[in-house]
Design a protein around this ligand. Sequence first.
Ligand code: SF4
Ligand code: SF4
Length: 339
Amino acid sequence: MTQTQTVAFSKNSTNIFFHILTTCNLKCRHCYINPAQHGKDTLPLPTIKAWLEAFSKNSNSKNLILLGGEPTLHPELAAAVKHARGLGFASITIDTNGYLFGDILAKVTPAEVDYFSFSLDGATRETNDQIRGAGSYETCLEGIRRTIDRGFATSLIYTISSANIHELEMMVPLLDSLGVDRFFIQVIGLRGKSAVAQDGSDSPESPQVSRTQWLAVVPGVARKIAQHGISVTYPKVFLNSDEKFECAGTVADNYFVFPNGRVYRCPLCEDFPIHSLCFQENQLVPTAKLNEQDFFQLDIPEGCVMNKMIQPYHISYGEEGVPEYKIACCLLKEEINGG
Ligand code: SF4
Ligand code: SF4
């Protein structure tokens, strides 16, 4: 039996999504890294340590997700992990495309890294490699196997687009055979490369899926995967009129940190210079208004105000001009455990 629950936002835990560099060996079609907004620096280890220390003063339980670009390209990744562990972070995750550079598996231990989180965007080589590049499918699967062999826990992230939604169901046997612990389904958003020349149509060229496609496929496949004992998380995306809307920017404690020192509270804001915090001389300080915090306060019938501004065609209206549904915060997740 499986059980689906919406993961409530909490101010009692802090999640730090720390991009320690923006360099990557791949060129995925939907990459959300935007060097013009996020910088091109590889952060030196002393800076990483200082920024981690700035967050460690926070009294909450703290979770660290190390990202890039490709974080295993950072020559000091293992040292950054060990420093974070020493600072008392409750969990540490490394997000990777699977190439696992720098012999990282030999330099950290399962006691230091809670999860290696891999990205795969197709159940077949053909589909994944069209999105993420030639050879990335085999490399990712091989990386997962090596990581599990070394005793680490693993996650897999699948970003749904019109190019791969038809293969989501095929992930059930693949996940089973790999032995992955957690499966995260994401939805392609209008950030980074995906933000260029999109109109939200269901044309084969549009990477975005419609509400109908999403609801027809994702919740059902997620339940099937959970029946195999894998924890599954996916974004709620659409709220019914009787469901309460909340903006994580006002009710959660998330930080999205970039190498140029920008710190956002909302991922949908990352393509714009509206970050509400930044690092100055290794101190985390608020930025001047207007910034993302001013948008979080706006109460609109469509739900998420950033979604309304950057992808308004995701919302349908009735005859009275009333939205037929609300768009949930992109950070609101459904979690299914079972098996
Ligand atoms: S692996 Fe990640 S950072 Fe690298 S190109 Fe792909 S989406 Fe971008
Ligand atoms: S995605 Fe929307 S609702 Fe969520 S934090 Fe950003 S602005 Fe707020």
